[in-house]
Structure formats: structure tokens, C-alpha cells
Design a protein around this ligand. Structure first.
Ligand code: BGC
Length: 266
């Protein structure tokens, strides 16, 4: 039997009870990793991911933690290490939108989105790095892998979503700076920047045929993305096959970042 690509490794995926996070957790499990399925509120979604992963033969547990709270992140990593011995792969995925016109955006909505999407990634990355350093090299090419879930909106400005776009712009330079600082320790850090992927976060943008047609104008490849598109990228970025990819943002967006408004005459 062929050894699975991520056999013997443990992945912790934040925000893994639905959407992109859940798909990444399942894909990493299918690739042979034990998976810690983090969730904030949706325990049923997390349990479902755990069941699917266990059916593939990998270990899986669900852990509740609000990634914007340091004590909860610390406790989650301690529990993960207790369950599986260490963590090799962090998928910093938990993220949300709280959209409003700029003049109406409350400080609470600003802080909430920045807290989960950016501070959450900082806290989880720091806990992961501490665990990588404690554990030391363990037979894989790097000491550990961090995959940050960014967005095409680390690049594309987004009116009406100032908090979200600011959080993803922050993820972009946090990831690149982390890659610069942690590379010498053999810790590999990259981002995935999804475009429009069919998940609950953007249901309104694809739910009706009219909405989907409007959305497709922004996608040169003329297909709305699927969560498996992101899961596949996460497995590859977590594996030794991508060992020389470091500090990169992989756009998985059907070309959304190609200025589709210019496909005609400008
Ligand atoms: C957002 C989605 C949006 C997509 C493309 C994502 O980061 O969360 O709501 O559909 O970017 O604009």
C-alpha cells in the first residue's frame, strides 16, 4: 500500500466546522494526517468533520476555542499535543465577515473581525511555533508548516468590507514577515488566497442563478470555486512536495485577481 502523503503528521485546522476549514480538515485527514478540528460554536459541524476523517483511517478530535483569546488558544494546543503528541501543520483558517458601509461600521465590528481574522492567526501561529521548537525535527523536511488562509482581498480592495479587507491585508504581511523570521528555523510559512468559493460566508453571491451570473463576471475561468479546490492546495502546501515554497501566497481564485474588468477593451 502506498504511504499517504501526510502519514504520521498532525494538523490543527482552525474554523474547521464549516466551509473551507472543514474541507481542509477532511482533505488533510484523507492525506493521512491526524486532525484537530477547531470550532468556535458549531459543534455539530465539527463532529461531522471528525467522523468523516475517522472513516478515512486518520485520528481526529474536535476542540472548541475562540482563536482571538490567548488562554483558549493555549489550552487548545495543550490538548492537541496531549492527544497526538505534537502538531506539525497549522492551517490558520478561522475567519468571518461583518460587513457594513464604512460610515456605519461600529468599533465592535471592526475589533471582532480583526480579532478573529488577524489576531487569531497571530496567536495560533505563535503557539504552533512554540510547539515546533519544543518538539524538534521529527523526520520531515521542515520543523513545521503554517498555512494562513488569506483571500483575494489581501490584494483587491473591497468597499463595504473595510474590516475584512484590512484583516486580510494584515495576514499578507504577517505571513511574509513570519516566513522571513522563521525560515532559518526551518519553519515553512505560506498563504492560500481563495477567491469566490461556495461556502456559507458568501451564500448571497452564488445562491440564485442571477447572483451566480453576476459573480462569474469577476472570474475569468467562469466557475465558482469549490471547497475541494482549497483542500487540495492545503494538502500540497502541507506536504514535502512543496518544501521549497516559502513566503508565498497561492491564489486559488479562477483568475479573479487578473483584473477581469479589462477582458474587453478597458
Ligand atoms: C470572501 C467572500 C468573497 C470572496 C471573493 C472571500 O474572501 O470571504 O465573501 O466571495 O472573497 O470576493
Amino acid at each position: 500500500m502506498e504511504t499517504k502523503k501526510l502519514a504520521g503528521q498532525t494538523a490543527l485546522v482552525t474554523g474547521a466546522s464549516s466551509g473551507i476549514g472543514k474541507a481542509c480538515a477532511i482533505a488533510l485527514g484523507e492525506a493521512g494526517a491526524n486532525v484537530v478540528v477547531n470550532f468556535a460554536g458549531n459543534s455539530a459541524g465539527a463532529d461531522e468533520a471528525v467522523d468523516i476523517i475517522k472513516e478515512t483511517g486518520s485520528g481526529a478530535i474536535a476542540i472548541r476555542a475562540d482563536v482571538s483569546k490567548k488562554d483558549q488558544v493555549d489550552a487548545m494546543f495543550a490538548e492537541a499535543v496531549k492527544a497526538f503528541g505534537t502538531v506539525d501543520i497549522l492551517v490558520n483558517n478561522a475567519g468571518l465577515q461583518k460587513d457594513a458601509a464604512f460610515v456605519d461600521m461600529t468599533l465592535e465590528d471592526w475589533n471582532y473581525v480583526l480579532g478573529v481574522n488577524l489576531t487569531g492567526q497571530f496567536l495560533c501561529a505563535q503557539s504552533a511555533v512554540k510547539e515546533f521548537l519544543r518538539r524538534g525535527m521529527n523526520g520531515h523536511r521542515s520543523l513545521g508548516k503554517i498555512i494562513c488562509m488569506s483571500s483575494v482581498h489581501e490584494l483587491i480592495p473591497w468597499a463595504g468590507h473595510i474590516n475584512y479587507a484590512a484583516s486580510k491585508g494584515g495576514v499578507m504581511l504577517m505571513m511574509r514577515s513570519l516566513a522571513q523570521e522563521l525560515g532559518p528555523m526551518k519553519i515553512r510559512v505560506n498563504s492560500i488566497a481563495p477567491g469566490a468559493i461556495k461556502t456559507p460566508i458568501n451564500r448571497m453571491a452564488w445562491e440564485t442563478p442571477e447572483a451566480e451570473q453576476r459573480l462569474l463576471r469577476l472570474i475569468p475561468y467562469k466557475r465558482v470555486g469549490d471547497v475541494a479546490d482549497i483542500g487540495n492546495a492545503a494538502v500540497w502546501l502541507a506536504s514535502d512536495e512543496s518544501d521549497y515554497i516559502h513566503g508565498a501566497t497561492i491564489f486559488v481564485d479562477g483568475g479573479m485577481t487578473l483584473y477581469p474588468g479589462f477582458e474587453d477593451n478597458g
